[in-house]
Design a protein around this ligand. Sequence first.
Ligand SMILES: Cc1cc2nc3c(=O)[nH]c(=O)nc-3n(C[C@H](O)[C@H](O)[C@H](O)COP(=O)(O)OP(=O)(O)OC[C@H]3O[C@@H](n4cnc5c(N)ncnc54)[C@H](O)[C@@H]3O)c2cc1C
Ligand code: FES
Length: 277
Amino acid sequence: MNKILSRERVHSEAIMLEVKSPRIAESYRPGQFIILRIHERGERIPLTVADVDMDEGSISLIFQEVGKSTKELASLGGGDELRDLLGPLGRPSEIRDYGTVACVGGGIGAAPIYPIAKALHDEGNRVVSILGARCDELLFWRERIERVSDSLHVTTDDGSCGRKGFVTDQLRDLIDDGLEVNRVVAIGPLVMMSAVSELTREYGIETVVSLNPVMVDGTGMCGSCRVTVNGETRFACVDGPEFNAHEVDFNELFHRHGFYLREEECSLKRYLERCGK
Ligand SMILES: Cc1cc2nc3c(=O)[nH]c(=O)nc-3n(C[C@H](O)[C@H](O)[C@H](O)COP(=O)(O)OP(=O)(O)OC[C@H]3O[C@@H](n4cnc5c(N)ncnc54)[C@H](O)[C@@H]3O)c2cc1C
Ligand code: FES
């Protein structure tokens, strides 16, 4: 069993769990994820490893409460145990000395962008980070990301912190003001990754996005996470989750995104009724 060492609320919609797993902590590389099950009959939940603590032999997971399984996960606390913890899964991020890399994290994407920014920084890149959220309250890990960045820019949709607007507005301004960006890594909501991709295509800047289609087995067998990249079918769990943004068929991803909406709503409703909420 995989013991939860601590639970912390990072903002009103997200929780961080630190889970004991010396094996994953040791073999994990930035960009990889795990799949967990809370109990025997639990759904499989893929989550990116946001940080590791080698001394504790633990991994940190940050997740947004969006539906039945993540709400159930949020109800656990320090001392509870997870039935299964599978990983590390997926291909690690490509970490090389590119020159200047813009690391763009939208919403919960700040969690997965952190270990990548840190690794790129350690490799000698100039890391320019951009964090965006709907409002000030939903921003997290600013200091942590700032520590591994040469500069940090913050945007909020409502202007309650940093620049009012989207991460793409900030990225465009930086480039137009003369910043030579050699590579962009963007992680966040699909609509944000698609917008970053459109922008950097204009400027011809190599861009990587981390895709999160629905995953079930995480081994390339079930086909549920298939995405079209450069006209070919790829499985995000084993071929990704990172892909060249300019080759991703975002329209197909938008279309597939709502496939299970009805089932997800029913499942959440049943769960909340059972909990008396
Ligand atoms: C590689 C990968 C890494 C991820 N990392 C994170 C992370 O670090 N933090 C975080 O908050 N979220 C992350 N997600 C998304 C997270 O897995 C889903 O939010 C979660 O599974 C939702 O389950 P639910 O039952 O609470 O919601 P549901 O009501 O079942 O679904 C809500 C939405 O979540 C998504 N979702 C549902 N089931 C899955 C599934 N099995 N696989 C992927 N997406 C699903 C769908 O878009 C769906 O519309 C990641 C997903 C992938 C594929
Ligand atoms: S999750 Fe089954 S093939 Fe990727």
